[in-house]
Design a protein around this ligand. Sequence first.
Ligand code: BG6
Ligand code: MG
Length: 221
Amino acid sequence: MKFQAIIFDLDGVICYTDEYHYLAWKAMADSLGVPFDRTVNNRLRGVSRMESLDIILERYNGTLSRAEKEALAEQKNELYKQYLSRMSPADLTDEVRSTLNILDEMGLLLAIGSSSKNAPFILQQIGLGGYFDAVSDGNNITRSKPDPEVFLKAAQMLCLEPSQCLVVEDAVSGAQAGHAGGFQVACLGDASAAGAGEYNLSTFSELLDVVGAEERIPYGA
Ligand code: BG6
Ligand code: MG
């Protein structure tokens, strides 16, 4: 088989928490009077919570102390967690669920590589707590995407080399992280539209073609 494992980003790949990130950041930005829209929001994909805040504050007229910034990040996270607490296994689409199950049945190891500190809670909410062979997330890394740390740690947990694993991402920063770590990358959403991966997919289930396919377009060709 071409790959022995697949390492999935979580937000925007397995489930659509990216919209909740947007709504929670939007509420925080509105409370500060800072302009924030979906274009800025796209720059936050894959980026850590505090780095996301710094990007939003590029449009803030003034300076904030470290403690004030931490309070703002906490305010956003509290609202974000309220959205997450309303999630359930119904938020996992049939397409994602059945594709994961087929990949699992093919004997592939399946892992998560997410910058989010909320990843374990989200997986629990959508009924995937304990499903993955490894979970590498914002709680076990010191540098977020585009640094490859989160994916390298996932590969390490699986006892595999990057060349044996496929990374799946919706963020350009995440695709860059995969490449920086020596992984091939399958992209969805924004990253796919940007042509950021070796495989730029329209749907999650196209992953089945990727793992079965003989041919691939070399990255950058
Ligand atoms: C990533 C999201 O998965 O997690 C980013 O794409 C987010 O937008 C990051 O900032 C950190 O998330 P959390 O849940 O730790 O605030
Ligand atoms: Mg994502």
